[in-house]
Design a protein around this ligand. Structure first.
Ligand code: SF4
Length: 982
């Protein structure tokens, strides 16, 4: 298969050939276009592609440093098998061939699939191939599949999507081209990197005002016009106080709330009604679509009586208390919201958040009058879903962006709901200058994708009877057994975490080790360091990976275990790790599969996956190889295609059972979601000659056409489809035609969540269907509140805050992405070790000098590290960079590298489970299962003068594995231009 757009550059030297190849960066997830400059086949440098619409030539430090990822000495270069008799984690491996690796996997997985497919689990990190990994898992028949979302920001996705049908980042974002006021909450500075930085730069140059709400003033906060320091985990209180103020001052967009949210819909408030808390409907009226009914009621201001929602020439009361003709008492949802926030005054929030009441009041006022008085009118005619024609699109130019700082708390779902509601009250959803969706969003609330609903959905030799990840709309959509117990290993979609739409990767190892709800046989991890920075309770989880069942009677032990006499004794019997680099995680593997880098493979960033569109239309992108694979590295996509073919998973073979696809590029071109659907992984250049887009037959020349077009496809929608998409008839009809949407019903914003109320009714024994087990009823009843509310994060509730008074959080540095880059010789010069940053007042109160060694201790453990005084952190918080600290020897760093001797990992202090009435429960949001990373409370004190000036805890030095290349050590030993030890 032809690959890249290679342009030879004449250089006047016959012996040298210079080339420029274009592809898509993957030093973070922003998909900027890059040009890779090569000479004699080797990379000389990487710069931004000026012709690429995302970054227009801009490149960041990470993107330019891709060359050092390519040449990292930590690269794995051949498949490896743990040596017979060697302990996991000891790093004792022997090279094997790919044939042997596939033989081992095929034999093992075939046996699992024919007996009990759920004994195979596939969990992946921050990859961009979830459409493929999800397809593979579903075809295999296992429910045990998810990517990193559950431990990253699922609260942000779920809290927003269950409220407005869209979310931030790849799903939607702030329209900074037209906004006047931009409010950013809890966003790491590596996040949404170049595109957001470019947008903020233009926004500020155009005179916009930028307010950042964050416990720490770094990155984006450092260039904000106003920094509002806030205590971690209290954003919900802050947002509710802003909402209280907007409503009490009448500064919300009344027309928007009435027409485009469910604020005017009547909620049954009679506690004796079996439908208490649900929306009143006219049962004689046509619901139009029973899945998303449209027969709810308003109380019409003109006729002073109930009418079907959106009846022409009616207008709902947003306040009041009414009685239907059958005697049922009802109130508009907006009245209930106003009642909820009435006592949540700025003074109430000040005591929780540390943000002065006057500041909250001022910000609410600024948001309200900016939205009201600086309206934008675009001359774009459009028609709403109820047939009303509009001559213009209106915008209220207040934009928000938020991410993990709000999400990674066990109260994050309700906090994010509060944010989505605030944005809605300001009338900013999918409007110019506010929040805008990216295709295929908005989705229905909730989206229609569902998991199976019981264990019968998992059958031998059969694809899973639904998706592994879905969007429950009621208790009937949960994935539970007859007793209400979980079917998935991570307990997602069970009563413990009913709306865990991205799974709970952070629970997998602990649950599998404990065989709760059952033991696994094979755990395959791709691109995730679950033995270090991607796990809570690091020290114990590492022991779990190495723990054995006494007597070798593990449930997962399989007959015919041939790959080493000791492997069956582990509680997680077989561990497969696919990664490009030798990390703390690969050291624990039984089988290591060497992945390629992003420069060595084909890749797609598909709309079937996490979307990557822009505001004005759908987009997708590809990577094409600019270099051959290193050693025997093989892209993980090729591994899945090969395994799918060998295991004869239906999507990968033809009717005769013969292999269907030559390789991954062939799969991408020819695979369709259903035979003849015309929908594949890529939307551009479809049809036999590439003349179609969005829909069309497979095009054998599709890769070449992408490569010739800067590796990106963009479909520009007409202006009338670009705004108000939740309620835009033209957009809905087009989106249905091109199969971006299944339904064309309007997507009203859920100020009041009937979905949550259904679960609450079930917990109260009032739901006609499923009910939670007794031990979880109170928990579900408490947290499934249909209106947003603020509560202390679960870990804080379980902490003696007198003893552990400080919040401890991490941030991710701009020069790195997630935890990917400590092996990068250039980037580690910027962050080779981390400090604990402490407000000087807090530090002095504990007699901790600037630069001194200190102990940071939670109720779960303690870490010794170095501290720095910083005014850029609020006094009740300490923080550090995430994932700079490494196990000695990891990623081929020298055993005494700064990352191992001075760098530390906060994860050692964070629990994966909390005490519960019946023993334990995940340290996660009780609604979505989002990991509560930022809920830990700590104390700090100076290290003794006699103590070693080195981090604690220390782990054994990780050994190099066969096939790791030797590169000049100087590459890794230089620090800020100076060789260490000089
Ligand atoms: S922002 Fe991300 S995708 Fe863009 S150049 Fe930087 S690392 Fe690459």
């Amino acid at each position: 298969m032809a690959t890249t757009d290679n342009r030879l550059v004449a250089n006047g030297n016959d012996n040298l050939s210079a080339e420029v190849k274009t592809t898509t960066c993957y030093m973070c997830a922003c998909r900027c276009g890059i040009r890779v400059h090569l000479r004699d086949g080797a990379i000389r440098y990487i710069d931004g592609n000026p012709e690429h619409p995302i970054n227009k030539g801009v490149i960041c430090a990470k993107g330019a440093s891709g060359i050092m990822k390519q040449t990292s000495p930590a690269r794995l270069t051949q498949p490896l098998r743990r040596r017979a008799g060697a302990e996991r984690g000891a790093g004792e491996f022997e090279p094997i061939s790919w044939d042997e690796a596939f033989r081992i996997l095929e034999e093992r997985l075939a046996k699992i699939r024919t007996t009990d497919p759920k004994k195979f689990a596939l969990f992946t990190g921050r990859d961009q191939m979830q459409a493929l990994t999800g397809l593979f898992a579903r075809q295999f028949g296992t429910p045990n599949y998810a990517a990193h979302g559950g431990f990253c920001s699922v609260n942000m996705a779920a809290g927003m999507i269950y409220t407005i049908g869209g979310s931030f980042w790849e799903f939607g974002g702030p329209d900074l081209e037209r906004a006047k006021l931009f409010v950013m909450l809890g966003t790491a500075e590596d996040h949404h990197s170049n595109p957001l930085k470019i947008a903020i730069s233009k926004f500020k140059r155009a005179g916009g005002r930028f307010v950042s709400v964050n416990p720490v003033r770094t990155g984006y906060s450092a260039i904000a016009d106003e920094w509002v320091p806030i205590r971690p985990g209290t954003d919900g209180a802050f947002l509710m106080a802003l909402t209280c103020e907007l409503i009490s001052q009448g500064l919300y967009d009344r027309d928007f709330v009435a027409r485009y949210t469910n604020g005017g819909q009547l909620v049954i408030v009679d506690p004796k009604s079996p439908r208490f808390g649900l929306l009143a409907v006219d049962e004689d009226a046509d619901p139009v679509n029973p899945l998303y009914p449209q027969n709810q009621l308003w109380w019409d201001r003109h006729s002073n009586g109930p009418v079907i929602t959106h009846t022409p020439n009616t207008d709902p009361n947003l306040f009041g208390d009414f009685t239907l003709t059958d005697g049922t008492r009802v109130q508009p949802a907006f009245q209930l919201l106003a009642d909820r926030v009435r006592t949540h005054t700025p003074e109430w929030a000040e005591s929780i958040t540390g943000v002065p009441a006057a500041t909250i009041r001022r910000l609410a006022h600024e948001m309200g009058i900016t939205a009201r008085d600086q309206k934008i009118e675009l001359p774009i005619a459009w028609t709403d879903c109820w047939g009303n024609e509009h001559q213009t699109v209106t915008g209220n130019p207040v934009a928000f962006h938020a991410m993990r700082g709000l999400a990674a708390h066990s109260n994050g779902f309700q906090t994010v709901r509060s944010l989505a509601i605030l944005m809605s009250l300001l009338g900013t959803i999918d409007r110019p200058g506010g929040f805008r969706h990216k295709a295929p969003f908005p989705r229905a609330i909730p989206p229609s994708a569902k998991t199976p609903t019981g264990p019968e959905g998992v059958q031998p030799n059969t694809p899973l009877a639904g998706l592994a990840l879905g969007w429950p709309g009621s208790p009937e959509d949960l994935f539970v057994d007859e007793e209400g117990g979980p079917v998935r290993i991570d307990k997602a979609f069970s009563w413990e975490y009913p709306l865990s739409v991205h799974g709970l990767m952070h629970n997998v190892i602990t649950n599998a080790w404990r065989a709760d709800p059952y033991a696994l046989d094979t755990l395959m991890i791709f691109m995730s360091n679950m033995a270090w920075n991607s796990t809570m309770n690091t020290v114990e989880v590492r022991k779990m990976l190495n723990d054995r069942v006494s007597g070798g009677e593990t449930e997962g032990e399989s007959e015919g275990e041939t790959e080493g006499e000791t492997r069956g004794e582990y509680k997680i019997p077989f561990l497969v790790v696919c990664d490009a680099f030798h990390s703390e995680m690969t050291a624990f593997a039984d089988l290591v599969l060497p992945d390629t880098t992003y420069l060595e493979r084909h890749d797609v960033m598909s709309m079937l996956d996490r979307p990557i569109s822009e505001f004005d239309g759908p987009m997708d992108a590809v990577r094409v190889p600019v270099l051959p694979p290193t050693g025997e590295c093989k892209p993980f996509q090729e591994v899945l295609i090969e395994l799918g073919s060998r295991l004869k998973l239906p999507a990968f073979v033809d009717a005769s059972g013969a292999r269907k696809y030559v390789d991954y590029p062939d799969f991408i071109v020819r695979h369709e979601t259903e035979p003849g659907s015309g929908i594949g992984f890529l939307a551009g250049w479809r049809g036999a000659d590439g003349e179609k887009s969005m829909l069309g037959e497979p095009n054998p020349g599709q890769w070449e056409m992408y490569a010739a077009n800067n590796c990106i496809f963009k479909h520009e929608m007409p202006p009338s489809y670009r705004y108000m998409r939740n309620w835009n008839r033209g957009y809905m009809e087009w989106a249905q035609r091109v199969r971006l949407r299944r339904w064309g019903d309007p997507i009203l914003i859920h100020l009041y969540s009937e979905v949550l109320q259904r679960f609450r009714l079930a917990a109260q024994g009032k739901w006609p269907g499923r009910r939670p087990p007794e031990r979880l009823a109170k928990r579900v009843e408490t947290y499934f509140d249909p209106l947003p509310f603020y509560y202390l994060p679960l870990e804080v509730q379980a902490t003696d805050v007198e003893k552990y008074p400080l919040a401890a959080i991490t941030q991710r540095p701009m020069a790195m992405y997630h935890s990917w880059d400590s092996q990068n010789a250039w980037l580690r010069q910027i962050h080779a070790h981390n400090y604990l940053f402490i407000n000087p007042r807090t530090a002095r109160a504990q007699a901790i000098e600037d630069g001194a060694w200190l102990w940071i201790e939670s109720q779960w453990g303690r870490v010794r590290c170095m501290g720095r005084h910083s005014e850029a952190v609020e006094p009740g918080t300490v923080w550090t960079w995430n994932a700079i600290g490494k196990q000695s020897g990891a990623w081929a760093l020298a055993p005494d590298a700064n990352e191992a001797r001075k760098g530390f990992l906060l994860n050692h202090l964070i629990a994966d489970e909390l005490p519960a009435l019946d023993g334990r429960i995940s340290n996660s949001d009780p609604i979505t299962g989002q990991a509560g990373w930022y809920d830990v409370r700590v104390r700090i004190y100076p290290a003794g003068v006699e103590e070693e000036k080195s981090v604690f805890p220390i782990f054994p030095v990780l050994k190099a594995v066969p096939g790791m290349r030797s590169v000049p050590r100087k590459w890794l030993a230089y620090f800020a231009g100076k060789e260490i030890g000089e």
